[in-house]
Structures are given as C-alpha cells and as structure tokens.
Write a protein that binds this ligand. Structure first.
Ligand code: SF4
Length: 89
C-alpha cells in the first residue's frame, strides 16, 4: 500500500500517480497556448532534476512544489534553486 504523506501547506497527498502527471504533460503539449521546449531541452532539464537533492517523491521539486515534468516542459520556466538556475540558463 502507498504511504500517505500530506503536503505541509495544503494537506493534499504528496504522492501523485505518475499517469496523472503524464496526462497533464500531454494536455499541455497539445495545447497551442503553451510554449514548450524541444525534446532535447526537456530531457536535459529532467536529467538535471533527477540528480538534484531537491527532487522529491520521484515527481516534485522541493524548492517550488511543482511537478518537474510539467515545470521543465514550459519554455518560460527556470529552475528555482537557491543556488541559481541549475538548468543552466
Ligand atoms: S531545484 Fe531545479 S534542478 Fe532541482 S528539482 Fe527543482 S527544478 Fe529540478
């Protein structure tokens, strides 16, 4: 059984089904209102997140609370690390 752990801010369960996140990513990709990065930039950003100490629950950036798969997709996004933008912008 999945461990239930709640967000300290909003009390929602922090463990989100990866399929729900993938569905959101697809929705954004298919919506022309969103400006998204190339596959190369996207993969590069996600690889950096996976090595980051602020990557938590296998889904989330601990600095901003965003799902990294969503944040990394948007062209206007930057990495919110206090050390500076770890994505290298
Ligand atoms: S601090 Fe930056 S590199 Fe680390 S998980 Fe968040 S967005 Fe990714």
């Amino acid at each position: 059984m999945e461990k239930k752990e709640n967000c300290k801010g909003c009390r929602a369960n922090v463990n989100v089904d990866i399929n729900s996140i993938e569905a959101l990513v697809e929705e954004i990709r298919n919506n022309s209102e969103f400006d998204v990065v190339s596959s190369e930039v996207y993969d590069n950003r996600l690889n950096i997140c996976k090595e980051c100490k602020d990557f938590v629950y296998g889904t989330t950036c601990n600095q901003c609370g965003c799902f990294v798969k969503v944040r990394a997709l948007l062209k206007s996004s930057v990495c919110p690390s206090y050390k500076g933008d770890l994505w290298g912008h």
